[in-house]
Write a protein of this length. Structure first.
Length: 42
C-alpha cells in the first residue's frame, strides 16, 4: 500500500510539473505575441 501511495504521489507531482511548464510556456508565448504586436503597431 505504501509503495502504491508513493507511486500515485509521484505521478501527481509529475503531472503538476508538466502542467506548470505547459502554462508557463503558454504564458511566455502570449507575452511574446503581445510584445510583437506592440512592436509592429509602433
Amino acid at each position: 500500500m505504501s509503495k502504491r501511495h508513493n507511486f500515485v504521489l509521484n505521478k501527481s507531482i509529475l503531472i503538476d510539473i508538466c502542467c506548470y511548464s505547459y502554462t508557463k510556456r503558454k504564458f511566455l508565448r502570449a507575452e511574446w505575441s503581445w510584445y510583437v504586436m506592440f512592436y509592429i503597431k509602433r
